[in-house]
Write a protein that binds this ligand. Structure first.
Ligand code: ATP
Length: 256
Protein backbone atom coordinates (compact mmCIF):
# COMPACT_ATOMS: atom_id res chain seq x y z
CA UNK A 1 0.00 0.00 0.00
CA UNK A 2 1.30 3.49 -0.78
CA UNK A 3 1.02 6.72 1.19
CA UNK A 4 -2.56 7.95 1.01
CA UNK A 5 -2.92 11.59 -0.01
CA UNK A 6 -6.17 13.35 -0.81
CA UNK A 7 -7.75 16.75 -0.19
CA UNK A 8 -6.23 19.51 1.90
CA UNK A 9 -7.46 19.01 5.44
CA UNK A 10 -5.53 21.55 7.50
CA UNK A 11 -4.22 24.77 6.07
CA UNK A 12 -1.84 26.96 8.06
CA UNK A 13 -0.73 30.11 6.39
CA UNK A 14 1.44 32.74 8.09
CA UNK A 15 0.24 31.25 11.38
CA UNK A 16 1.61 32.98 14.48
CA UNK A 17 0.92 32.94 18.19
CA UNK A 18 2.05 35.63 20.60
CA UNK A 19 0.97 35.00 24.21
CA UNK A 20 -0.26 37.95 26.31
CA UNK A 21 3.10 37.98 28.18
CA UNK A 22 4.82 38.79 24.88
CA UNK A 23 6.26 35.31 24.14
CA UNK A 24 6.19 34.52 20.43
CA UNK A 25 5.57 30.77 20.56
CA UNK A 26 4.90 30.23 16.85
CA UNK A 27 5.91 32.49 13.99
CA UNK A 28 4.82 32.42 10.38
CA UNK A 29 4.10 28.71 10.03
CA UNK A 30 2.96 27.59 6.59
CA UNK A 31 1.84 24.01 6.24
CA UNK A 32 -0.70 22.21 4.12
CA UNK A 33 -1.82 18.87 5.52
CA UNK A 34 -3.65 16.50 3.21
CA UNK A 35 -6.33 14.01 4.14
CA UNK A 36 -4.81 10.64 5.03
CA UNK A 37 -1.32 11.92 5.87
CA UNK A 38 0.62 10.94 8.99
CA UNK A 39 2.76 13.88 10.02
CA UNK A 40 5.19 13.91 12.92
CA UNK A 41 6.31 17.17 14.50
CA UNK A 42 9.77 17.07 16.04
CA UNK A 43 11.74 19.88 17.64
CA UNK A 44 13.44 20.93 20.84
CA UNK A 45 11.48 21.65 23.98
CA UNK A 46 9.66 24.97 23.82
CA UNK A 47 9.69 25.35 20.01
CA UNK A 48 5.90 25.60 19.82
CA UNK A 49 4.72 22.09 18.91
CA UNK A 50 2.00 21.91 21.57
CA UNK A 51 0.94 25.49 20.83
CA UNK A 52 0.27 24.52 17.20
CA UNK A 53 -1.84 21.58 18.43
CA UNK A 54 -3.73 23.83 20.85
CA UNK A 55 -4.53 26.23 18.03
CA UNK A 56 -5.78 23.38 15.83
CA UNK A 57 -8.06 22.15 18.62
CA UNK A 58 -9.27 25.68 19.38
CA UNK A 59 -7.83 25.66 22.92
CA UNK A 60 -5.73 28.70 21.97
CA UNK A 61 -6.56 31.39 19.43
CA UNK A 62 -3.99 32.29 16.84
CA UNK A 63 -2.70 35.86 16.75
CA UNK A 64 -1.95 36.21 13.03
CA UNK A 65 -2.35 34.28 9.83
CA UNK A 66 -4.89 31.69 8.80
CA UNK A 67 -5.84 28.29 10.15
CA UNK A 68 -8.55 26.20 8.53
CA UNK A 69 -9.59 22.64 9.23
CA UNK A 70 -11.70 21.08 6.48
CA UNK A 71 -12.42 24.69 5.51
CA UNK A 72 -13.82 25.36 9.00
CA UNK A 73 -12.53 27.35 11.95
CA UNK A 74 -10.91 25.21 14.69
CA UNK A 75 -13.94 25.81 16.96
CA UNK A 76 -16.37 24.64 14.31
CA UNK A 77 -14.28 21.54 13.52
CA UNK A 78 -14.15 20.61 17.21
CA UNK A 79 -17.91 21.08 17.65
CA UNK A 80 -18.49 18.69 14.77
CA UNK A 81 -16.36 16.05 16.50
CA UNK A 82 -13.99 16.01 13.57
CA UNK A 83 -10.92 16.38 15.76
CA UNK A 84 -9.79 14.15 18.64
CA UNK A 85 -6.64 14.17 20.74
CA UNK A 86 -4.48 11.89 22.83
CA UNK A 87 -1.95 13.18 25.37
CA UNK A 88 0.99 11.53 27.08
CA UNK A 89 -1.05 11.44 30.26
CA UNK A 90 -3.88 9.00 29.53
CA UNK A 91 -6.44 11.04 31.59
CA UNK A 92 -8.76 8.08 32.22
CA UNK A 93 -11.38 8.50 34.94
CA UNK A 94 -10.28 6.11 37.72
CA UNK A 95 -13.81 5.29 38.93
CA UNK A 96 -15.16 4.33 35.51
CA UNK A 97 -14.44 1.01 33.87
CA UNK A 98 -12.71 0.74 30.50
CA UNK A 99 -15.90 0.61 28.44
CA UNK A 100 -17.40 3.64 30.20
CA UNK A 101 -14.17 5.60 29.82
CA UNK A 102 -14.06 4.87 26.11
CA UNK A 103 -17.77 5.61 25.66
CA UNK A 104 -17.54 8.94 27.51
CA UNK A 105 -17.25 11.24 24.45
CA UNK A 106 -20.43 9.64 23.07
CA UNK A 107 -22.20 9.90 26.44
CA UNK A 108 -21.40 13.63 26.44
CA UNK A 109 -23.06 13.85 23.01
CA UNK A 110 -26.19 12.13 24.36
CA UNK A 111 -25.75 8.86 22.45
CA UNK A 112 -27.82 5.99 23.89
CA UNK A 113 -26.12 3.45 26.16
CA UNK A 114 -26.64 0.59 23.73
CA UNK A 115 -25.15 2.51 20.82
CA UNK A 116 -22.20 3.94 22.76
CA UNK A 117 -21.31 0.57 24.26
CA UNK A 118 -21.37 -1.00 20.79
CA UNK A 119 -19.02 1.72 19.51
CA UNK A 120 -16.76 1.41 22.58
CA UNK A 121 -16.50 -2.32 22.01
CA UNK A 122 -15.69 -1.77 18.32
CA UNK A 123 -12.72 0.50 19.11
CA UNK A 124 -11.53 -1.64 22.04
CA UNK A 125 -11.38 -4.53 19.60
CA UNK A 126 -9.26 -2.35 17.28
CA UNK A 127 -6.68 -1.72 20.02
CA UNK A 128 -6.69 -5.36 21.13
CA UNK A 129 -8.46 -4.79 24.44
CA UNK A 130 -11.87 -6.37 23.87
CA UNK A 131 -11.33 -8.47 27.01
CA UNK A 132 -10.92 -5.48 29.36
CA UNK A 133 -14.34 -3.78 29.10
CA UNK A 134 -15.26 -4.12 32.78
CA UNK A 135 -11.78 -3.54 34.22
CA UNK A 136 -10.82 -0.35 36.04
CA UNK A 137 -7.87 1.79 34.88
CA UNK A 138 -5.82 0.82 37.95
CA UNK A 139 -5.94 -2.81 36.83
CA UNK A 140 -4.19 -1.97 33.53
CA UNK A 141 -0.52 -1.60 32.58
CA UNK A 142 0.81 1.71 31.23
CA UNK A 143 0.64 0.45 27.65
CA UNK A 144 -2.94 -0.77 28.12
CA UNK A 145 -4.00 2.59 29.57
CA UNK A 146 -2.57 4.29 26.49
CA UNK A 147 -4.48 1.87 24.23
CA UNK A 148 -7.71 2.73 26.10
CA UNK A 149 -6.93 6.40 25.66
CA UNK A 150 -6.44 5.89 21.91
CA UNK A 151 -9.71 3.91 21.75
CA UNK A 152 -11.52 6.79 23.47
CA UNK A 153 -10.14 9.24 20.89
CA UNK A 154 -11.26 6.98 18.03
CA UNK A 155 -14.78 6.39 19.33
CA UNK A 156 -16.19 9.51 17.66
CA UNK A 157 -14.65 8.47 14.32
CA UNK A 158 -12.57 11.67 14.02
CA UNK A 159 -11.17 12.79 10.68
CA UNK A 160 -8.15 14.32 12.41
CA UNK A 161 -6.32 12.68 15.31
CA UNK A 162 -3.79 14.76 17.25
CA UNK A 163 -1.33 12.94 19.49
CA UNK A 164 1.01 14.90 21.80
CA UNK A 165 3.92 12.64 22.78
CA UNK A 166 1.56 9.74 23.48
CA UNK A 167 4.24 7.08 23.87
CA UNK A 168 6.86 9.20 25.67
CA UNK A 169 6.36 7.50 29.04
CA UNK A 170 6.42 3.92 27.75
CA UNK A 171 9.30 1.45 27.60
CA UNK A 172 10.84 0.81 24.18
CA UNK A 173 9.16 -2.58 23.55
CA UNK A 174 5.68 -1.29 24.42
CA UNK A 175 6.35 1.86 22.42
CA UNK A 176 7.26 -0.12 19.31
CA UNK A 177 4.23 -2.38 19.55
CA UNK A 178 1.94 0.63 19.99
CA UNK A 179 3.56 2.32 16.99
CA UNK A 180 2.72 -0.79 14.95
CA UNK A 181 -0.87 -0.86 16.22
CA UNK A 182 -1.38 2.81 15.56
CA UNK A 183 -0.19 2.41 11.97
CA UNK A 184 -2.54 -0.56 11.52
CA UNK A 185 -5.50 1.47 12.79
CA UNK A 186 -4.59 4.44 10.61
CA UNK A 187 -4.27 2.24 7.53
CA UNK A 188 -7.69 0.70 8.09
CA UNK A 189 -9.29 4.14 7.92
CA UNK A 190 -8.27 5.64 4.61
CA UNK A 191 -9.48 9.15 5.44
CA UNK A 192 -8.08 9.62 8.96
CA UNK A 193 -5.18 12.05 9.27
CA UNK A 194 -2.77 11.79 12.18
CA UNK A 195 -0.59 14.59 13.59
CA UNK A 196 1.88 13.28 16.14
CA UNK A 197 4.38 15.12 18.37
CA UNK A 198 7.51 13.27 19.43
CA UNK A 199 11.04 14.03 20.64
CA UNK A 200 12.17 10.72 19.21
CA UNK A 201 13.56 11.01 15.68
CA UNK A 202 13.45 7.22 15.15
CA UNK A 203 9.76 7.17 16.06
CA UNK A 204 9.06 10.13 13.73
CA UNK A 205 10.71 8.51 10.72
CA UNK A 206 9.15 5.11 11.38
CA UNK A 207 5.62 6.45 11.68
CA UNK A 208 5.24 9.34 9.35
CA UNK A 209 4.70 10.11 5.73
CA UNK A 210 6.22 13.52 6.45
CA UNK A 211 8.32 14.92 9.30
CA UNK A 212 7.85 18.60 10.15
CA UNK A 213 11.02 19.76 11.89
CA UNK A 214 10.60 22.79 14.14
CA UNK A 215 13.21 25.19 15.45
CA UNK A 216 12.81 27.58 18.38
CA UNK A 217 13.24 31.29 18.94
CA UNK A 218 10.63 31.92 17.57
CA UNK A 219 8.99 28.59 16.76
CA UNK A 220 8.79 27.84 13.07
CA UNK A 221 8.85 24.86 10.76
CA UNK A 222 12.35 24.85 9.34
CA UNK A 223 11.99 21.78 7.16
CA UNK A 224 9.46 19.27 5.86
CA UNK A 225 11.09 15.93 5.19
CA UNK A 226 9.15 13.37 3.16
CA UNK A 227 9.40 9.72 4.17
CA UNK A 228 8.67 8.14 0.81
CA UNK A 229 8.29 4.52 1.91
CA UNK A 230 5.15 2.44 1.53
CA UNK A 231 3.13 1.06 4.44
CA UNK A 232 3.07 -1.39 6.11
CA UNK A 233 6.76 -0.82 6.76
CA UNK A 234 7.32 -3.63 9.22
CA UNK A 235 9.97 -3.86 11.89
CA UNK A 236 12.67 -4.58 9.32
CA UNK A 237 12.32 -1.00 8.02
CA UNK A 238 14.01 0.19 11.22
CA UNK A 239 17.23 -1.60 10.25
CA UNK A 240 17.47 -0.48 6.61
CA UNK A 241 20.10 2.02 5.36
CA UNK A 242 17.24 4.22 4.02
CA UNK A 243 15.78 4.49 7.51
CA UNK A 244 19.18 5.40 8.98
CA UNK A 245 19.71 8.01 6.29
CA UNK A 246 16.37 9.71 6.99
CA UNK A 247 17.04 9.69 10.74
CA UNK A 248 20.36 11.38 9.93
CA UNK A 249 18.65 13.98 7.71
CA UNK A 250 16.11 14.90 10.40
CA UNK A 251 18.79 15.00 13.13
CA UNK A 252 20.97 17.29 11.01
CA UNK A 253 18.13 19.84 10.58
CA UNK A 254 17.39 19.61 14.31
CA UNK A 255 21.01 20.37 15.18
CA UNK A 256 21.07 23.62 13.18
N1 ATP B 1 0.06 29.99 28.20
C1 ATP B 1 1.28 30.44 27.89
N2 ATP B 1 1.66 31.69 28.19
C2 ATP B 1 2.88 32.16 27.84
N3 ATP B 1 3.81 31.45 27.18
C3 ATP B 1 3.48 30.19 26.86
C4 ATP B 1 2.23 29.61 27.19
N4 ATP B 1 2.18 28.33 26.73
C5 ATP B 1 3.39 28.11 26.15
N5 ATP B 1 4.17 29.22 26.22
C6 ATP B 1 5.53 29.40 25.68
O1 ATP B 1 5.47 29.17 24.28
C7 ATP B 1 6.63 28.48 23.83
C8 ATP B 1 6.22 27.19 23.12
O2 ATP B 1 5.65 26.27 24.08
P1 ATP B 1 5.09 24.84 23.65
O3 ATP B 1 4.50 24.22 24.85
O4 ATP B 1 4.23 25.00 22.46
O5 ATP B 1 6.43 24.10 23.23
P2 ATP B 1 6.69 22.56 22.87
O6 ATP B 1 7.52 22.57 21.63
O7 ATP B 1 5.42 21.82 22.82
O8 ATP B 1 7.57 22.11 24.12
P3 ATP B 1 7.75 20.65 24.81
O9 ATP B 1 8.42 19.79 23.77
O10 ATP B 1 8.65 20.93 25.97
O11 ATP B 1 6.39 20.16 25.21
C9 ATP B 1 7.52 28.28 25.07
O12 ATP B 1 8.44 29.33 25.13
C10 ATP B 1 6.53 28.40 26.22
O13 ATP B 1 7.15 28.89 27.39
Amino acid sequence: MTVKTKNVLVNMSGLSKIFPNGTTAVKDVNLEIKEGEFICFVGPSGCGKSTIFKMITGLEDHTNGELEIFGHSPDEARKQNEVAFVFQDHTLLPWKNVRDNVALPLQLKGVSKKERYAEAERVLELVGLAHTTTMLPRELSGGMKMRVSIARALVTRPRLLLMDEPFGALDEITRQSLQEELLNIWQKDSSMTVLFITHNVFEAVYLSSKVAVMTPGPGKISSNIEVPYAYPRGDQFRTTPEFGELVGDVSKVLDH
